[in-house]
Design a protein around this ligand. Structure first.
Ligand SMILES: Nc1ncnc2c1ncn2[C@@H]1O[C@H](COP(=O)(O)OP(=O)(O)O)[C@@H](O)[C@H]1O
Ligand SMILES: [Mg+2]
Length: 363
């Protein structure tokens, strides 16, 4: 249901002080009121706004109640028949000849269906992102198993040593202590890796926190470490040491980097004539962004399809889904950044993305 009409605010303005509103019949219908039900007052309108949105709507209207002020606000209403709806109100403030705000005229639209679609779309995007993340994690299974296995091997080896030091005559307690310190450290390391993987696999709502991007990248590199060495890829990192923090969802940003690394490994699999090198770097730009660069020397991307690689379901791989880069770009843009691809002059491709620094943050 669309439309219509709005409020009239008469002197004294600004604000709801005059408590006078005029609604059209359609406007009343949107709010679930019979025309004769409508009490022409500001307070009866405010009463229909969902309590969670009330302060925001009041603020938006008060802010718009100034010369040439404009209102545009989306909010939920609770109709008397018990149905909750999403609506959007738009309005303009008109002034008298002295330039004093005299009334606001506007209209209200029912946008419930649009909001539902937006919600469904977000849910689908998040489900797809998780599927893609699980697929990338699947590609890295052996690498991850290796990363978990390493500390466990260290725990067992140190445990064996402990037994020997304890049964020695006299028992070498210093050595036992030393081994136990290792056991605790390595046990924690295995636990950390498992925790990280579980977080990547979980379907958690995104949660933005202040992050050091270099830590996020390092955690992903640790997961992919043996996949890199199994594929004879040498990794070079160049992280600016004094980077300010970024505000982001750790799991989502790890997903972006994981996908770029997995793609780079794939792109270098067919390269045998020169060493396979992957370089990952981070630095601050002059315009308040942090720039992350992932550069490989693989088969490269033809300059004319540099944009296509970000399209959903674009893949050149037999078993590819073609979702990684489109999801990565969506994630980066939802963080206020940008992502693009470059074709290297010599060999391979470079993927870059930016993230805004947290204002005033210091590393
Ligand atoms: N580092 C890279 N080098 C060359 N081509 C790449 C690189 N990364 C991505 N591509 C191209 O972009 C396509 C889409 O990548 P992506 O969205 O991650 O999906 P997928 O990896 O499932 O194919 C790949 O199939 C490949 O053709
Ligand atoms: Mg991919």
């Amino acid at each position: 249901m669309k439309n219509n009409c709005g409020w009239l605010k008469k002197r004294p303005v600004p604000g709801p002080g005059s408590d006078l509103a005029t609604w059209s019949d359609r406007h009343s219908q949107i709010f679930g009121l019979e025309p004769h039900d409508v009490k022409h007052s500001w307070s009866s309108f405010v009463h229909l706004v969902d309590p969670e949105d009330r302060a925001r709507v009041q603020l938006a209207i008060l802010t718009a109640l100034k010369p040439h002020g404009a209102l545009e606000v989306e909010y939920r209403i609770n109709r008397p028949d018990g149905r909750a709806r999403w609506v959007m109100s738009k309005g303009r403030t008109y002034c008298d000849s002295a330039g004093e705000p005299m009334r606001m005229v506007g209209l209200t639209m029912d946008i419930t269906e649009r909001k539902q679609l937006e919600h469904d779309l977000l849910k689908t995007q998040s489900d797809l992102a998780r599927v893609s993340r699980l697929l990338t994690l699947g590609e890295l299974t052996s690498s991850i198993a290796h990363e978990v296995n390493q500390p466990l091997v260290a725990v067992v080896t140190n445990g064996d040593a402990c037994m020997r030091w304890l049964t020695a005559e006299p028992p070498k307690l210093d050595k036992v202590r030393e081994s136990l310190v290792w056991i605790v450290k390595e046990g924690k390391r295995a636990g950390e890796i498992i925790k990280r993987i579980r977080e990547l696999a979980k379907n958690k709502a995104p949660q933005k926190t202040e992050l050091m991007i270099n830590d996020v990248i390092t955690e992903v590199i640790n997961l992919a470490g043996s996949e890199l060495s199994n594929n004879q890829v040498t990794l070079r990192t160049e992280f600016a040491s004094d980077l300010p923090t970024v505000c982001g969802d750790r799991v989502q940003l790890q997903q972006v980097i994981l996908n770029l690394i997995a793609n780079a490994i794939d792109a270098m699999k067919s390269i045998h004539q020169h060493p396979r090198e992957l370089s990952i770097s981070s630095r601050a730009t002059d315009d308040g962004q942090i720039l992350i660069t992932v550069r490989d020397c693989g088969m490269g991307v033809e300059p004319n399809i540099l944009e296509n690689v970000f399209k959903a379901f674009f893949t050149t791989k037999k078993e590819g889904m073609g979702l990684g880069l489109s999801i990565s770009r969506t994630i980066v843009e939802a963080h206020g950044g940008r992502m693009w691809a470059l074709s290297n002059n010599d060999q391979g491709a470079t993927f870059q993305f930016t993230l805004p620094m947290v204002a005033g943050a210091h590393a």
